[in-house]
Write a protein that binds this ligand. Structure first.
Ligand code: AAL
Length: 407
């Protein structure tokens, strides 16, 4: 374990143990062993090194990491066809790629309000992402977008993707384009299993050819109790992805194709970090599959939408929304074993990274891209985020820090 990992394990152990610890204690033997240097005492602002609080002890274990992942995000309205449109859902933007001088994005699109599960699910719309198809848009400047049309439609009645296809990602590999997306077969009830489908094309404008079968399916080892449509009633929960495989994103890496995804488990619970959501990876020698799930799955214990990119010879992953390790950047040298390398303040949801930006200093990957936001539960729209690294905190008119490199 490197220093940062030891530190994170320590944080977790100390913070869990600390809940039951008496408020005042005589210094223990191990406490005696902690001898901060004068520089550490000054940097951490410790009042008396003979009386170290649990928080100070944890702070003394911090590795000497920089602030290269610390920054802030702002979100802006888009112009043109991706501006908010009443009655229309546009959400879960893919990464942005640039082809022939134009930016391209793909996303889920549906119309009309959400009815939920209480009525006639055969005809209603159960979620904002129900009854979606994959659409795409292009832009010259990343602000004004032209909706080019539908890229991939739902399947014919009876097909595995006949009800909704949504939450897509794009991979450009050699001279071909690959879209992966979630699929649901009708009827869309709360226990329906969600799969991952794929389509490929020679041009970002299509035409797209779907693979005959889904490229990824949920684990088949959970057991529901009874027939009632209640997703929390389980005899056995099964693997982390026994109910749904979501948010697929493929990264070509070390001569193979790594399909990262979010798993949802049958009988999902709320834990001390929120919803039980974890990520997995499935690996293939070929972009079209077959994708074999890693035996190391799950490869995260937290997170929501997948946001991964190649970084310093490994894979970086932005972990948001759910679980004890939310709002962290994690990094893995092998695409499988991820460690926390930074905490990150309030990143946007469902980020569509701008893959054109991945060549400069670390935070530059977040320079700008797309996200979605809820105007209401019924309607979501795509917006632009801009991320800026932050190295100082100064008041208006105050002399800035000499350490600042970005203000
Ligand atoms: C998202 C994704 C998946 C979920 C829903 C639509 O942002 O995690 O796609 O199914 O929310």
């Amino acid at each position: 374990m490197n220093d940062f990992n030891k530190y994170m394990v320590l944080i977790l152990m100390i913070s869990l143990g600390a809940c039951n610890a008496p408020q005042e204690q005589a210094p223990s033997a191990s406490e005696d062993e902690i001898r901060p240097t004068a520089q550490q005492i000054d940097f951490l602002g410790i009042t008396n090194p003979d009386y170290l609080s649990a928080a100070s002890k944890r702070a003394l274990q911090w590795p000497d990491v920089g602030n290269e992942w610390f920054g802030e995000f702002r979100v802006y309205d888009l112009k043109g066809d991706l501006a908010y449109e009443e009655g229309v859902v546009r959400r879960d933007p893919s990464a942005i790629i640039k082809v022939d001088g134009k930016f391209f994005v793909w996303y889920s699109k549906s119309t009309g309000p959400t009815d939920g599960f209480a009525g006639d699910i055969e005809n209603d719309k159960v979620f904002p992402w129900d009854r979606c198809d994959i659409w795409y848009a292009t832009s010259e400047d990343g602000w004004t977008w032209k909706e080019e049309g539908m890229a991939v439609p739902r399947g014919e009645k009876g097909a595995y993707d006949d009800r909704s296809i949504f939450t897509t990602e794009i991979m450009q590999w050699e001279d071909k384009y690959y879209l992966v997306y979630q699929t649901v077969k009708s009827p869309y009830n709360v226990r329906v299993k969600n799969q991952v489908g794929m389509a490929w094309a020679d041009s970002p404008h299509g035409p797209w050819t779907k693979t005959e079968e889904p490229v990824l399916s949920p684990a088949d080892n959970g057991v529901w109790i009874g027939e009632t449509q209640n997703r929390f009633l389980v005899e056995k929960k099964g693997d982390f992805d026994s109910h749904k495989v979501h948010d697929p994103c493929i990264i070509p890496y070390k001569g193979k194709f790594y399909l990262y995804y979010k798993g949802e488990q049958m009988g999902e619970e709320i834990t001390f970090g929120g919803r039980q959501i974890r990520h997995g990876v499935a690996i293939s020698d070929n972009p079209l599959g077959p994708y074999i799930k890693s035996p190391y799955n799950p490869i995260s214990n937290s997170g929501h939408e997948i946001c991964v990119w190649e970084h310093e010879g490994g894979i970086a992953s932005l972990i948001t929304t759910d679980g004890p390790e939310k709002n962290t950047i994690q990094w893995s040298p092998d695409g499988i074993n991820f460690d926390i390398i930074a905490s990150i303040p309030a990143p946007p949801h469902a980020i569509g990274l701008n893959r054109e930006l991945n060549n400069e200093e670390p935070f530059a990957i977040f320079g700008w891209g797309l996200t979605h936001q809820y105007r209401s539960y019924d309607y979501q729209y795509i917006r632009r985020y801009e991320g800026k690294r932050k190295t100082t905190h100064v008041g208006k008119g105050e002399a800035g820090s000499s350490k600042s490199s970005d203000e």
